[in-house]
Design a protein around this ligand. Structure first.
Ligand code: ATP
Ligand code: MG
Length: 263
């Protein structure tokens, strides 16, 4: 089982879109896929047809049980979606209180990592969608994942935001005491605008390490798909945006192979 986290402290850069589109692509290939919604706003949960105000048994309960020392099967926090091979560990609004409840408690940084260890037989890939702020949930995701995807909108301010995220990542790498591969994914690219082409150039000049060479273009069908509550690969497999994410997936998988061969 591989575990990918999608994170960036900047909001609205395409994190949830990246998680649901890669998840949709994998599910369409019959790979058992788990999406974990770590954002208290629950965009991914809503996308897949659940109500974060009503959810019971998702990420929140997982952390509650861990905090109370109760032993429970993390599999109980996983729900099926209406798409074959696509599962979700949903978010609920109560998660917004987790930082206050658990933020300073010992051992609360590894709740997701431990939970994932008991799901390895069930899933091929887990994709965690992080909230746009650093807190106990993002820290858990960065400790649990074996790869981090950082979507960055091709726009000037977003690149500033990337620097903050990379700084966070340095801190986490230090505390993990092990490597954590990251891949920067340029998103919302509009080749007709100077802002997009200039910021892509800036990314390539200044962040060439770990930068995926492709781009995810602006594609209005992403918004249509989220309104319809259907991952774009399931709705329009030929959309430009889907093709871009399929290229990203191929890149990630080729890289996985290279790592396995090297280790
Ligand atoms: N490549 C794209 N083309 C067009 N629209 C996109 C694209 N990627 C994302 N969007 C749209 O931009 C908005 C923000 O995207 P998304 O929710 O994925 O970002 P996010 O980083 O998860 O945001 P947040 O930080 O609030 O969780 C959404 O309305 C989404 O449909
Ligand atoms: Mg989001």
């Amino acid at each position: 089982m591989r575990v990918w986290a999608v994170a960036n402290q900047k909001g609205g850069v395409g994190k949830t879109t990246t998680a649901v589109t890669l998840g949709g692509l994998l599910a369409a290939r019959n790979r058992e896929t788990l999406l974990v919604d770590l954002d208290p706003h629950g965009s991914l949960t809503v996308y897949l047809g659940l109500d974060p105000e009503q959810v019971t048994g998702g990420v929140y309960e997982l952390f509650q049980r861990a905090a109370s020392g109760a032993r429970a099967d993390p599999g109980e926090s996983v729900l099926a979606t209406r798409f074959d091979h696509l599962h979700i560990m949903p978010a609920s609004t109560a998660m917004a209180t987790l930082d206050r409840q658990l933020g300073t408690r010992e051992g609360m940084g590894l709740v997701l990592k431990r939970a994932m260890a008991s799901l390895t037989a069930r899933f091929d890939t887990v994709i965690m969608d992080c909230p746009p702020m650093l807190g106990v949930l993002m820290v858990n995701a960065l400790a649990a994942c074996d790869r981090l995807l950082i979507p960055v909108q091709t726009e000037f301010l977003a690149i500033k935001g990337l620097e903050r995220m990379l700084h966070t990542l340095d801190m986490i790498r230090h505390s993990r005491g092990m490597r954590l591969d990251s891949v920067v994914v340029p998103t919302l690219f509009d080749r007709r605008t100077r802002a997009s082409t200039r910021s892509l150039r800036k990314l390539r000049d200044e962040h060439a390490d770990n930068l995926w060479e492709g781009v995810v273009p602006v594609d209005t069908r992403f918004r249509e798909a989220s309104t319809a509550g259907v991952p774009l690969p399931q709705m329009s497999p030929d959309a430009r945006g889907v093709e871009a994410y399929a290229r990203l997936l191929r890149y990630l998988e080729d890289n996985d192979e290279a790592h396995r061969a090297a280790s």
